[in-house]
Design a protein around this ligand. Structure first.
Ligand SMILES: Nc1ncnc2c1ncn2[C@@H]1O[C@H](COP(=O)(O)OP(=O)(O)OP(=O)(O)O)[C@@H](O)[C@H]1O
Length: 350
């Protein structure tokens, strides 16, 4: 069907192994051990580091895909493989259908200039350049004329809330403002895929929340495909369409924020979300029934598909029969049984 979402990024059997002769040691291990786990153990025995092990997933166009995991679980290595800052030891990584593992150096430069945007926690702004020149720099590299590039830079400077600061130098800005400059600089090229590795983690909580909100607004406007790394579950739940949880180089679960909070696959994932107020993050879709012949009672408490479980429960505290759930335009999408809502939230007590 034509309305199936397009895959913007596809990772198939991606491995990144660090250490001497990793390029030959991995195929050797894979030829002896069919299970990735056993191959990784064999590599470790030889003193190699399988930082990313047999990773498979797809990110759809316009999706905000968050990778989360403890320190050392392989998040940065994986995002560096996908953005080809590292050449993956094995596997296929497709961006808009193009296998970038096989791209020539010239093609990679072109992709970085025009298609892939990157923001990292500690990225260098040029200290001797103003905000405007820093933001316009990627356009200068593309060969755009000064007037045109400054005009374009101005638009993204406004977008990230730095209007009026364009003549300032990085040293005159706060940490949060500098991070905004970095975000603006990565956005200026109209990238279609955006990689962000812990972009807000050095900021204090208030500024961090503010930037997260602004980031969501920017994403709603631009609809860029995003891969975002964090080790903060609350940030992941707030931002993500889907979350991939990594442990020891492997992806242990991929799911929506609701899935991760309500149906963790193991104790490692459960541990991440144990202090999360589940009702504030899990969405109605996780308990909604859909399909033919939906039956519901006379009450309509006005449930909308994007409501959290908490918000929904607050509206049907005293109802017993299933109630309708609608899209924002009023179309009926499914029904929810108030008892299922309460039961889903009860999970957090256990
Ligand atoms: N260049 C390298 N050479 C050797 N080992 C590396 C290299 N880069 C990363 N590693 C190892 O790979 C593993 C995964 O590291 P990675 O930085 O991807 O983890 P991470 O989940 O991003 O951690 P953090 O949240 O602390 O940034 C770690 O064991 C790390 O020591």
């Amino acid at each position: 069907m034509s309305d199936k979402p397009q895959a913007a990024i596809t990772c198939q059997n991606v491995w990144q192994v660090f250490g001497p002769n990793a390029d030959s040691a991995l195929p050797e291990a894979l030829s002896v051990h069919s299970e990735p786990e056993a191959a990784a153990a064999a590599l470790r025995e030889k003193g190699l580091i399988p930082a990313v092990q047999d990773v498979n997933f797809e990110v759809t166009e316009g999706e905000l895909f968050v990778i989360m995991g403890l320190s050392g679980s392989g998040k940065s290595t994986l995002i560096r493989c996908i953005s080809h800052l590292l050449h993956a030891t094995h596997g296929e990584i497709r961006i808009d259908g193009e296998n970038i593992v096989e791209a020539t150096p010239a093609r990679l430069i072109e992709l970085r200039r025009n298609k892939l945007g990157m923001v990292f926690q500690h990225f260098g702004l040029f200290p001797h350049m103003s905000v405007a020149d820093n933001v316009a720099y990627p356009l200068r590299v593309q060969g755009m004329k000064r007037k045109a590039r400054l005009e374009k830079a101005q638009k993204v400077i406004e977008l990230v809330g730095l209007g009026g600061r364009e003549k300032h130098y990085p040293r005159e800005l706060s940490g949060g403002q500098r991070q905004r400059v970095g975000i603006a600089r990565s956005l200026v090229t109209d990238c279609s895929v955006w990689f962000l590795d812990e972009p807000f983690s050095a900021l204090d909580p208030l500024i961090r929340r503010q930037l997260q909100d602004e980031f969501l607004q920017i994403q709603a406007e631009l609809k860029t495909t995003i891969v975002f790394i964090t080790h903060d579950i609350n940030e992941a739940l707030k931002l993500a369409d889907r979350i991939a949880i990594m442990r020891d180089g492997k992806i242990v679960q991929i799911g929506t924020p609701s899935d991760i909070v309500l149906n963790p696959v193991d104790d490692y994932v459960r541990e991440f979300s144990k202090d999360v107020a589940k009702g504030q993050h899990a969405r109605l879709t996780s308990v909604m029934q859909t399909g033919e012949g939906l039956v519901y009672g006379a009450d309509d408490p006005g449930l909308r598909i994007d409501m959290t479980l908490d918000a929904a429960l607050a509206r049907c505290m005293d109802l017993y029969e299933p109630v309708p759930v609608r899209a924002n335009d009023g179309t009926l999408l499914g029904v929810v049984n108030p008892a299922d809502l309460a039961a889903a939230l009860h999970v957090e007590a256990g």
